[in-house]
Ligand binder design. Structure first.
Ligand code: 4LM
Length: 399
């Protein structure tokens, strides 16, 4: 099934079938894993035509691979984009894309809070090469408008934001950027939602990036990433950001695992969301808890924006305890079922301390400026029975 069928079948059906036809593959319901680095040409003219991009076909697996192509077609379909590029990690997708889009002297306008390594890439990668990085609070669209300049090439954000769960209005930000200059690329990290919950390309964004390590893979057994957008830009990222700048090539075996994971994406997301809602409500009512950051709570400041652009409120949340950092450490050290681990979107409930782990690359002053509190605890609700997760959290919150 090609990505042209994207409007015809429901999301869950496309997640199982898009991009793969067993009839072309000996009837095998699962795709072959093409473990090859190179491809034989019929003759010199064919090899030259493939290298020149004049003939469709694979020529070297740093650029493309038939198993990888299935995943790319499926992801483009689910995100409702024209094309996708799968990469070796989420950071591989983010860096390959930005290296392709920007040059010294350009400005990248970025939301003030980012996943730690994305922040590090902006701050210590792009800046070092003469790209101006400007941070603004994207939850206030006037802040975005105020910071756009004639040098702005990319506007970049996550929503919900890792780790503090702010929610950014994708249609509002995209439309004001496009009204200022339609050539600026609006780039959204959709890792927290996946296309099962949120499809930024249908709301005015140009490019979506993913850490496929998380919900897309879904089982905590791989590292991978992807970027989805228009065919021309994706081809530029493939032939420059991936091929020449990063070499962040995904393995065909990893592709196979992600394709398997995506078959159950919608089912898993439903359960992650239900579990997260119940956990957030328990924490919100708990006497030891000061604040819960989860857009599914009616009292959350981002509830209305999230309800507008997300199909459900996701599996991620954060909290602060009344006893601050020390109480957070005590709680984390007492967990029995939930795992004290970074990453997210796995079957296991994962809990971590962003200031010392995922966002430890920010200095403590930077965390202050970028809205990441020292006592914040982050939870990725797993797929376990929710009463067991809640019981574990309750016993860890005592004392
Ligand atoms: C974590 N995150 O938060 P790779 N974009 C977002 C992310 O959360 C991550 C990446 C990109 C975590 C990893 C330890 C919103 C990663 C980077 O790790 O390169 O696949 O994705 O716990």
């Amino acid at each position: 099934m090609s990505s042209d069928n994207k409007k015809k079948l429901s999301f869950a059906t496309r997640a199982v079938h898009a991009g793969y036809d067993s009839a072309n593959n000996e009837g095998s319901l699962n795709p072959p894993i093409y473990m090859t680095s190179t491809y034989a040409f019929d003759n010199v003219a064919q090899g030259a035509a493939r290298f020149a991009g004049e003939e469709k076909g694979h020529f070297y697996s740093r650029i493309s691979n038939p198993t990888q192509e299935i995943l790319e077609t499926r992801l483009a379909n689910l995100e409702e984009g024209e094309a996708a590029l799968a990469t070796a990690s989420g950071m591989g997708a983010i860096t390959a894309t930005l290296w392709t889009l920007v040059a010294p002297g350009d400005q990248v306008l970025v939301d003030k809070t980012l996943y730690g390594c994305t922040f590090s890439f902006m701050e210590h990668g792009l800046k070092k090469f003469g790209v101006d990085i400007c941070y603004a609070d994207f939850t206030d669209p006037t802040e975005v408008a105020r910071n756009l300049t004639d040098k702005t090439k990319v506007v970049y954000f996550e929503t919900p934001v890792n780790p503090n769960m702010r929610v950014i209005d994708i249609p509002v930000v995209s439309s004001l950027v496009k009204a200022y200059n339609p050539d600026i690329k609006v780039m959204v990290d959709n890792t927290y939602c996946t296309p099962a919950l949120q499809r930024p390309l249908t709301m005015g964004a140009d490019l979506v990036v993913h850490s496929a390590t998380k919900y897309l893979g879904g089982h905590g057994d791989l590292i991978a990433g992807a970027v989805v957008g228009d065919a021309e830009t994706i081809q530029q990222i493939r032939l420059f950001g991936l091929k020449d700048m990063t070499g962040a090539v995904i393995s065909p075996m990893t592709v196979f695992l992600i394709l398997r994971g995506i078959k159950t994406l919608q089912l898993r997301m439903e359960r992650h969301c239900q579990n997260a809602q119940a956990i957030a409500e328990m924490l919100d009512a708990h006497p030891a808890v000061d604040k819960v950051f989860f857009p599914g709570l009616k009292n959350d400041p981002w509830h209305a924006v999230a309800a507008k652009q997300m199909d459900a409120f996701g599996g991620m949340m954060a909290l602060e305890l009344k006893g601050g950092y020390e109480a957070g450490v005590r709680m984390l050290n007492k967990l029995k079922l939930a795992k004290l681990a970074v990453s997210l979107g796995d079957a296991e409930t994962l809990i971590e301390h962003p200031a010392s782990m995922t966002h430890g690359v920010y200095t403590s002053e930077e965390r202050g400026e970028h809205g990441i509190s020292e006592g914040l605890v982050r939870i990725s609700a797993g797929l376990e029975a929710v009463e067991d997760i809640i019981a574990d959290l309750e016993q860890a919150l005592v004392g």
